[in-house]
Every structure is written in C-alpha cells, then in structure tokens.
Design a protein around this ligand. Structure first.
Ligand SMILES: [Zn+2]
Length: 325
C-alpha cells in the first residue's frame, strides 16, 4: 500500500471509524429472553448475540467491563481522542453516545490514574504557595490532589469563549451550552494527558496544550486554517483572563487587599481585555456566517472566483485584440 492510500484510509477512518453492518440472514436466538433476531444485539433485551454459557472468557470479559467493552472501552475512546479528537467529540455531542466511554467517568478515572502515576514516578516537589490560605491557593492545592475535576474547572473557563466564537462555525453550528460542557470534559481529558506527559518529558511539553485546541477545534468546528487559528487564540487568551478575573474577585472577597482602588482597576481591565476580543470575534464570525449562507461559499472562495473571472476577461480581450490586428 502506498503512503497516499494509507493516508486516505486514515482520513476515512477519522471521519467514520465504526462499522455497524451485519448479515440480515444470520438469525440468532437470544439465550436471555428467547427472542429470535438478526443483528449483533437482541432488540428486545439488548443481550449480545451468540453469547454462550459462562466460561473463562466470560470471567475475563466481565473483569474488562469495568473499563468498558469494544467501541465503548476506555482505551479505544482514548485512542480516538488522540487520533480523531474533533470528529469523535462531534459524534458524541450529536447523539452518537454509544461510541464513547462515558466522558465524565473517563475524566475522573484518568484523574485517579494521574494521581497514581504522580505518586509512583512524579518528581514530588509540592509547590509551596505564599500564604497558602486564600481561596486561590487552596484551589491550586486541590488541583494537585484531584486533577480530573481540577482541569475540568480550568478548561471550563474556555467554555463561554468557545460558545461565543464558534457559534457560527461551518460544523456544529450554534452548539448549545450542554454540548459545550461535554466538549469541555473531553478537552479536560486531553489537557490531563498532556499534563501527565509533561511530568515525563519536561515543562516544554506544555506547548502541546494550545496545539491540542487548534487541532481539535479544526475538526470539531470546520473552520479553515486561519479562521480556526485566530478564534482559538482568542478563546485561549480570553479564557486565561477570565480565570485570572475569577481569582482576583475571590481574593478580593476573601482577603483584605492593600488598596481597593488598585484591585478594582485590575478587575476592570481584566474584564475589558477578556470580553472585548470575544465580542469582536463574535461579530466577525456572524458577518462571515451571513456571507456564507447567502453565497454558499466562504469569502476566500468568493474572492478567488472573482479573481479568476477577471483573469478570464483579460485573456478574452487579448484574444480579441489579436483578431482585430
Ligand atoms: Zn433477548
């Protein structure tokens, strides 16, 4: 198989890795409820077709069931989350829920696993936070002990920016906030994995975090390269500022600052620099969306077409001139 064929097959797998076909003529008799059917599962009681008496294989299978089975296994879901993350998340939020291990459960299990890995191999320098009594410091201490939930909170700050900036995306247009929640959960899992890998490879590995977002959102929302780039950049930037804003507000409410005036100025600036880019980005997105809807093409395609039309006209005029001479 040539490289090109391999790549084509990989692309096809990325878009749809599942094979739901079955032989219509192959009949099964359900051992559980006695129903006769064709297909991989009993439509009456949902037991798997072709199950026999309990054997050693069943022992293995029911043990493995803790981590999910087949399409829904934790490992296969993680595998998909690495190689086709955007399409995978898109499948899930559009109702193909049988394709994934339950995402919140996956996040929590990965969190537990990550604490274990950290205990076993991690360089155990517990970061000392100055003071250590404010809510912010307590939050970071909590983040160390339960990274699953912690990263969910952290990535949660990208949920609203994502919802605003990718409302008018070509794919998953007008995604709802509950869908946004599951996008956030899947992103938290990715961030958690990057965080764990950074323990092994060193801190420079955190460069993978923004790259993850670029990669996933491109598949999930279907903007072209640059359209995706600036929207993700604003999402991440504003998300961080919103997190900083939340921290300074909780600090302000729980501790007495040196100067209230300074704190208020900081809060005002954080609000301004996080909200304005989102609103501007949203406005541009809405405009390009309207254009796309009206013309059924992107602005870039439209300009390219215009340019080609002009080129064509110049060519024709040259031909005419040649004839006249
Ligand atoms: Zn049955």
């Amino acid at each position: 198989m040539t490289f090109k064929e391999r790549y084509k097959r990989f692309k096809a797998w990325q878009l749809d890795p599942f094979d739901w076909s079955y032989d219509e003529n192959e009949r099964h008799h359900c051992v559980n409820c006695g129903y006769d059917f064709a297909g991989k599962f009993c439509p009456h009681c949902s037991q798997k077709a072709g199950l026999k008496k309990v054997s050693w294989k069943s022992v293995l299978q029911s043990t493995a069931e803790v981590w999910g089975m087949g399409n829904r296994s934790l490992l296969y879901s993680l595998w998909q989350l690495i190689w086709r993350p955007g399409y995978f998340i898109s499948d899930y939020i559009n109702g193909k829920r049988q394709v994934s291990f339950p995402p919140v459960k996956m996040l929590v299990l990965m969190g537990v696993l990550s604490v274990l890995i950290d205990k076993l191999f991690g360089s155990h320098e517990v970061k000392a936070f100055q003071g250590g009594t404010s809510y912010g410091d307590q939050f970071f201490a909590w983040l160390e002990s339960s990274p699953g939930w912690g990263w969910l909170v952290m990535t949660g700050f990208f949920m609203i920016p994502t919802w605003c900036l990718f409302r008018y995306a070509p794919r998953n247009t007008r995604h709802t906030l509950p869908q946004g929640f599951f996008i956030t959960v899947f992103m938290a899992i990715q961030v958690l994995i990057v965080d764990d890998l950074a323990d092994f490879f060193g801190d420079y590995f955190y460069i993978m975090l923004p790259l993850c977002y670029f990669y996933v959102y491109r598949q999930l929302f279907g903007y072209d390269y640059w359209g995706n780039f600036w929207r993700v950049a604003i999402t991440l930037g504003s998300g961080f500022l919103l997190a900083a804003l939340a921290l300074s507000i909780t600090d302000l409410m729980t501790a007495t600052p040196k100067s209230y005036a300074d704190e208020f100025i900081a809060i005002k600036e954080l609000t301004f620099y996080s909200v304005v880019p989102i609103l501007v980005g949203m406005f541009i997105s809405k405009k390009t969306f309207d254009f796309r809807e009206k013309n059924k093409q992107t602005l870039f395609q439209f300009l390219k077409m215009k340019f080609q039309a002009i080129k064509q006209r110049i060519k024709q005029r040259k031909k005419q001139n040649n004839h006249e001479e």
